[in-house]
Design a binder for this molecule. Sequence first.
Ligand code: ATP
Length: 503
Amino acid sequence: QEDFFKNVISHAKEYGYIFASSEIYDGLSAVYDYGQNGAELKKNIKDYWWKSMVQLHQNIVGLDAAILMHPTTWKASGHVDAFNDPLIDNKDSKKRYRADVLVEDYAEKINQKAQKEIAKAKKRFGDKFNEEEFVTTNPRVLRYKKEEKEILERLAKSLTDEDLADVKALIEELEIACPESGSKNWTDVKQFNLMFGTKLGASADSATDLYLRPETAQGIFVNFSNVQKTGRMKIPFGIAQIGKAFRNEIVARQFIFRQREFEQMEMQFFVRPGEELKWFEHWKETRQNWHASLGLGEENYRFHDHEKMAHYANAATDIEFNFPFGFKELEGIHSRTDFDLKAHEEHSGKKLRFYDPEMKENYVPYVIETSIGLDRMFLAVFSASLKEEELEGGTSRTVLKLPAVLAPTKVAVLPLVKKDGLPELAHEIIEELKWDFRVQYDEKDAIGRRYRRQDAAGTPLCITVDHDSLEDKKVTVRFRDSMEQKRVAITELKEIIQQEVDF
Ligand code: ATP
């Protein structure tokens, strides 16, 4: 697992997907830059989300709010007082950790033990294996599951300010060692606010303290009435936004999974009070279908319903993904009640209400939120697509099987040789295709090597131009996943590519 994760990181660098930020200065912790291919993949994920959330819904519209907001926003939203993570230091190694993450990692280790037992039994019993029966009867698996559940329940209970001492006790009781040094010498657990502060204005006296937004959602809430009135939106309706958010994460690790600067794709859906749980279920299912449509493997997803809710929610679930380091949160779906709009009403003195003509009533709408980290989605797509395949004849290939709709380059056009007019014909084809698809030209090395290079970069189609092409106006199309090759007329190319890469 660890080796695979290392492969993911080095592959992302080697193929121009992700670089450490300011790498020539040795990088900046937990900040990353997206390279030539990464920028395209990221943009394609955004487009795929935007199209399905906004373009396909008559009652969902977009927004692009500023990163800097009036400071009272964060007072109203609760972030000034409650956007904290529990921090613990190891006295010997002088390293800092998130106390809850330490405990969760421990629980995950126990879960992995259970998974190992299941995998072993699967191997042993073959076709006769009944997983459901096994996990509900095998004493070892039952014990692991119970232990994991108890630890997480205790953690959930003791995350309030007053109970932080219990978290420390839990860490000590579980004998969680500081991963680097093995030492178990911990400080008390403290709350740490995650917002990045900055200042507006030049002079020290008149400067206003601001925060870089820690989530995009509040930009939507403060614009609720602007959008509702100017867009003449009727409830139920949604506002969607993609944008940067900043969090001064205590432990920033796991590559782009937990960064200090990242992007969110959020949609806040405003509904009648009392109808929120129906819509919560609706969005759970809709978001699940969105993920399924990308074909990253159903087994890589699971829902984690929250028993302990954030202060603003009355129902919450995480969509977790099987990242190279285990199942972790990819997307959150929350029923946020009328908490945010009401809080902004109170702090601003402005009404944030909707007059419902059917009910003949003015009310503060309830909100269902779907919030997915763009960078986490990137990591999910990238890591689930990276495969090492054994081929006939004892060879192997590295292939990045990105969903074609998301692939940075859709087509590579390759002249078989660098002479005899083949490059010219290849460029003519590119001129035709470039209006609809991102196309790349490559003439260096033998054709087999070029195919492998495109496989590893994630390009779903290669078009090879050979000597016959000059006569019969046909080319060879090679498909990345099946490695199948087809001879087709140049005039058919557009349709063939379209079929492969369509939304
Ligand atoms: P976590 O518990 O992993 O810190 P969270 O519950 O704080 O995440 P939310 O506040 O619900 O996350 O944010 C919504 C989404 O934003 C998350 O599901 C995740 O995909 C993304 N996200 C949150 N924090 C980060 C981060 N530091 N780096 C990258 N993506 C993030």
